[in-house]
Design a protein around this ligand. Structure first.
Ligand code: FES
Length: 108
């Protein structure tokens, strides 16, 4: 099932989408980097809050990190590891996605 069209995500930017993961409706962060995408659960490892400050609106630092809007934890965008802030050393939970025919899909 297509989650979102790749072209509808700004390059370097983010989208928030809802998807069924293991039978549960979850909010996902989808990050586009050129032709590639990564996705994580939209659940901060610090206090379990969503990372967006409004639906689908994510903060990105000038270093290129995703910033949790709740208390400012910073995540690098290769692995979703928290590199600064209250949950440093923890990671976002990755969700496997792929691009096929211009659409972002859950893998597997
Ligand atoms: S919930 Fe994300 S930094 Fe606190």
């Amino acid at each position: 099932m297509a989650l979102i069209a790749l072209d509808s995500i700004e390059d370097g930017g983010f989208a928030e989408i809802e998807a069924l993961i293991d039978g549960d409706a979850e909010s996902l962060i989808v990050h586009r980097n050129g032709a590639n995408v990564r996705a994580w659960l939209n659940v901060c490892p610090h206090a379990g809050r969503r990372l967006d400050w409004a639906p689908g609106k994510f903060l990105k630092s000038k270093e290129g990190h995703l910033i949790c809007a709740a208390h400012g934890a910073s995540f690098e965008l290769e692995r979703g590891d928290c590199v600064a802030g209250p949950c440093r050393g923890d990671s976002l939970r990755a969700v496997a996605v792929e691009v096929r025919d211009g659409q972002v899909l859950l893998s597997g």
